[in-house]
Design a protein around this ligand. Structure first.
Ligand code: C2E
Ligand code: CA
Ligand code: CA
Ligand code: CA
Length: 278
């Protein structure tokens, strides 16, 4: 049988029936979660590689399940996508993240920028541009403050549509980042055509960057490619100081990772940044 890593703690593989039941349960619980305010955004700092100052944050959703405790997005984003809840969930995330950023900018963190993850279904939603327009207006976030993180697959599905959506978003002053760069079907040609501002090197390439020659070569190439296309390059999953040093030496612009901080609840994030900058 095809053993799956995430189910390794079990002594048997769950039957199809059990899996379907489990998904159904998550789906029902998730509907309640949206109504009963069980979701929370955590924020992971994005750091300027050279100055080591915080330039912004990535919003990452968490679910406080009444019985199961804290659940990570890996367990429920795909369910939300499949059962059609992702657009409501995504709208909630976008609004929450922008309002929080507005509050920070008006008080203790004036220069704060925010990145929000968009799943493919959200990107294809006809109302995306409209709802982004509304939230950007309502929160009066200046141009360049909100960044949407999308994956390569979004661009490949329907390139013409994707270009026009991205142009509309760009006209609103919204930045676009390609997340998990290098793990999908990268088309360098598309990268040139799309109004993208940055690429995020996937964690899997960063992991062994200080020891593995292949990963070094890939990361060097991605940084070179990004810069020659005038893109900002972000490395994610930086855990070791050696990784940071390597990336800095190669001219990587920004980094995120546990070396600096895990994603934090809003109030913790705020004091973390204030402490760091004082
Ligand atoms: P992602 O967008 O690639 O986010 C980065 C993930 O890596 C986060 O996991 C973060 O906690 C984790 N991470 C950050 N630094 C490190 C590090 O140094 N080492 C390691 N091992 N991990 C690190 P998280 O929060 O569990 O999110 C997982 C994925 O779920 C995200 O991957 C993203 O694809 C998705 N996701 C999270 N929030 C949202 C959301 O609001 N909307 C949508 N559509 N997807 C979301
Ligand atoms: Ca992301
Ligand atoms: Ca990523
Ligand atoms: Ca991801």
């Amino acid at each position: 049988a095809k053993a799956e890593g995430r189910n390794n703690y079990r002594f048997f593989l769950p039957s199809m029936h059990e899996r379907v039941k489990e998904r159904k349960t998550i789906e029902e619980d998730l509907r309640n979660a949206l109504e009963q305010d069980q979701l929370e955004l955590y924020y992971q700092p994005k750091i300027d590689c050279r100055t080591e100052k915080v330039v912004g944050a990535e919003a990452l959703v968490r679910w406080h399940h009444p019985e199961r405790g804290l659940i990570l997005p890996g367990e429920f984003i795909s369910v939300a996508e499949e059962c059609g809840l992702i657009n409501r969930l995504g709208a909630w995330v976008l609004e929450k993240a922008c309002k929080q950023t507005q509050a920070w900018r008006d008080s203790s963190l004036p220069g704060m920028r925010i990145a929000v993850n968009l799943s493919p279904a959200q990107f294809q939603d006809a109302e995306l541009v409209e709802s982004v327009t509304k939230i950007v207006k309502d929160t009066a976030l200046p141009e360049g403050t909100l960044e949407l993180e999308i994956t390569e697959s979004i661009l490949m599905n329907n390139p013409e549509k994707a270009v026009s959506t991205l142009k509309e978003l760009k006209a609103l002053g919204v930045m676009i980042a390609i997340d998990d760069f290098g793990t999908g079907y990268s088309s360098l040609n598309y990268l040139k055509r799309f109004p993208v501002g940055s690429i995020k090197i996937d964690r899997s390439f960063v992991n062994d960057i200080h020891v593995d020659l292949d990963d070094k070569a890939i990361v060097d190439a991605v940084i070179g490619l990004g810069h020659s296309l005038n893109l900002e390059v972000v490395a994610e999953g930086v855990e070791e100081v050696e990784q940071l040093e390597y990336l800095r030496e190669k001219g990587c612009d920004f980094i995120q990772g546990f070396l600096f901080s895990k994603p934090l609840p809003a109030t913790t994030f705020e004091s973390w940044v204030s402490d760091r900058h004082s």
